[in-house]
Ligand binder design. Structure first.
Ligand SMILES: [Mg+2]
Length: 510
């Protein structure tokens, strides 16, 4: 936290002074803190900035929250579903799941789809499935990832579900006894989902987090000044969270109360506060807004007319929100972390602009930077493989020509000349084949080594082999901009013109 005296001075500065100062600041933003642009976004045109809370404003300690979720779910699996107590003593490796994976429920498999939805890496439980087998299992059929057969791991909250599933598939595959009868793979997934939902609903997870907020939720020392900076340029801020008031209030207090002198309470930062918003239905359905009192209890008065600063609203819907907030659709920037609930639905149902918080970006970028020499070598090896392939094709076609000439006995060069030429071409072909094999092996070795550094089981979250991953493709499609944390916005002017890269077809790339 900044010393209060400095902060007080910052609050007294005029918005104009702030903007001039940030415009004058050199653009030396570390890569892990930059905002990355898919579609142009002019912050000067944005009148309102909305924020989701969990995993957007509130960054969880992933290892701790996963451990807690796994523990709470295991309890319920044993008590409510009759799973053997032994499962409590298994080792649950958090690296077994990343965002963007798909669970094949009936088969006990988890895979990482590329941008076209085809599985790249796949595992049965925690064991890797060979590439050829993956192709056999999946690529021959026309896959529909929206079918109930598949479940998406699309939020950080869902990672423990995939970890549990992988470990329990292993556990039940190893067991030879049939008492109690083992659940089938699909039922196992459904039990995990049911139990984790119950653990969220009945307070098993929430109460522990609330009791030890500083163990579970990071306080970002720059969050307050980031929100202040947006406010001082004249933008209105709102909170739109699915969490209920009894959880939102302590979490937001933990993040923001007392951080800046001008804002004694977190509520002072926001012009509109909406809890229990039920996204994505918030964007598609027409639930009413209900006003809550300071204790989170519904007020009897009907909630209509413009929103009043300082009041707490619950539920609601997009249409009423825009009318009551007097917001124009494309003047709203919504910042969230969930591809479906925050990004996809808001992009499809409204003209809100979107900024996605991908906290994994910090690790992905730091790893990419550390592995730069290996990644450059991979690019060079890609070029070398293309070149060797082309040379081999040319030599093989030369060989076919020589063989044809040999068959046409009466014309052309003599038999001796032909044999000499064929021997030379054969030597070239053999040499190229050896070279190709060696280059492929080198490529595989470097690729494996670099992938392991991102995640030992799944590699980077944004790529799958040569392709962008499905997760990467969704971020590209639904987030106008993306960044690792909300406070990265402080590096930019509130009038920033985020310019996207010029879109190019493959033939336009030089
Ligand atoms: Mg969230």
């Amino acid at each position: 936290m900044k010393p209060m005296s400095t902060v007080g001075a910052a609050v007294d500065r005029t918005p104009e002074a702030e903007i001039i100062e940030s415009a004058a600041r050199p653009l030396d933003i570390p890569r892990k803190n930059r905002v990355y642009v898919n579609r142009n976004l002019r912050l000067d045109k944005i009148e309102m900035v909305g924020f989701d809370m969990d995993y957007t404003l509130a960054i969880y300690d992933q290892a701790r929250i996963e451990q807690l979720s796994i523990q709470a779910t295991l309890d319920k699996l044993c008590v409510n579903k009759g799973y053997p107590d032994e499962i409590r003593r298994l080792t649950y490796d958090p690296a077994l799941a990343i965002r963007g994976l798909v669970v094949d429920r009936p088969n006990g498999n988890i895979f990482k789809p590329d941008r076209y939805g085809f599985p790249g890496r796949a595992r049965h439980g925690s064991a890797a499935i060979e590439r050829d087998r993956v192709a056999e299992l999946y690529q021959r059929e026309r896959m529909s990832l929206s079918s109930p057969r598949y479940a998406w791991i699309d939020s950080l909250f869902a990672l423990p579900e995939a970890v549990l599933y992988a470990c329990l598939v292993d556990y039940f595959d190893r067991r030879s006894d049939t008492h109690p009868p083992r659940p089938d793979y699909a039922a196992m997934w459904d039990h995990i989902r049911e139990c984790i939902d119950l653990a969220h609903r009945d307070g098993s997870i929430k109460e522990t987090v609330q009791g030890r907020l500083s163990d579970f939720i990071e306080t970002d020392p720059h969050l307050a000044e980031t929100l202040h900076k947006l406010r001082s340029s004249g933008k209105r801020l709102f909170l739109l969270t699915n969490s209920a008031w009894d959880y939102t209030d302590p979490v937001m207090s933990h993040l923001l109360d007392g951080q800046l002198g001008a804002y004694p309470s977190w509520r002072n930062y926001f012009d509109i506060i909406v809890v229990a918003a039920c996204k994505p239905e918030f964007f598609t359905e027409e639930r009413p807004f209900v006003e809550l009192d300071g204790e989170g209890l519904p007020l009897v008065r009907t909630s209509t007319g413009p929103f009043v600063r300082g009041r707490i609203y619950s539920g609601g819907n997009l249409k009423q929100f825009e009318a009551r907030a007097r917001a124009s659709g494309d003047g709203v920037l919504f910042v969230g972390d969930h591809i479906y609930g925050d990004m996809l639905r808001s992009r499809k149902s409204s003209s809100w602009r979107t900024a996605m918080i991908v906290q994994e970006l910090e690790h992905e970028i730091t790893t990419t930077d550390r592995l730069r020499p290996g990644l450059v070598a991979l690019d060079q090896l890609d070029n070398r493989l293309n070149q060797l392939d082309a040379e081999l094709n040319e030599r093989q076609s030369a060989m076919r020509t020589l063989q044809r000439l040999e068959a046409e006995e009466d014309e052309g060069p003599s038999g001796l000349e032909l044999h000499a030429a064929q021997r030379a071409v054969k030597t070239d072909i053999d040499r190229l084949r050896v070279d190709l094999k060696r280059t492929h092996a080198e490529h595989r070795a470097i690729e494996k080594e670099t992938d392991l550094a991102f995640n030992p089981h799944w590699g980077p979250i944004f790529r799958e082999g040569y392709e962008i991953s499905k997760f990467g493709e969704q971020v590209e499609a639904y987030a106008c901009v993306y960044t690792s944390r909300v406070s990265n916005l402080r590096f930019y002017s509130p009038m920033q013109y985020f310019r996207g890269p010029r879109d190019r077809m493959p033939h336009e790339r030089i």
